[in-house]
Design a protein around this ligand. Structure first.
Ligand SMILES: [Zn+2]
Length: 66
């Protein structure tokens, strides 16, 4: 039995100015460092946690976000 990939929680942030959303994964014990919008540089507001994402060794992951 191999070890499963590392589970990392993902949070969704949204820009209140241009509604750009951004999914950010970070450690469960990490404090919110604050993020800014890539488009208009406004502060992003955290909407909700999307749940965990399992990394399968690579640095890439996908979220099924409708
Ligand atoms: Zn924005």
């Amino acid at each position: 039995m191999g070890q499963a990939g590392k589970i990392v929680p993902v949070y969704e942030y949204m820009c209140s100015s241009c509604n750009t959303s951004k999914a950010v994964s970070r450690g469960i014990n990490d404090k919110d460092p604050g993020y800014s919008c890539e488009k208009c540089n406004s502060v992003l507001v955290r909407k909700f946690a999307l749940g965990g994402v399992q990394f399968n060794g690579g640095g890439f992951y996908s979220t099924d976000k409708g």
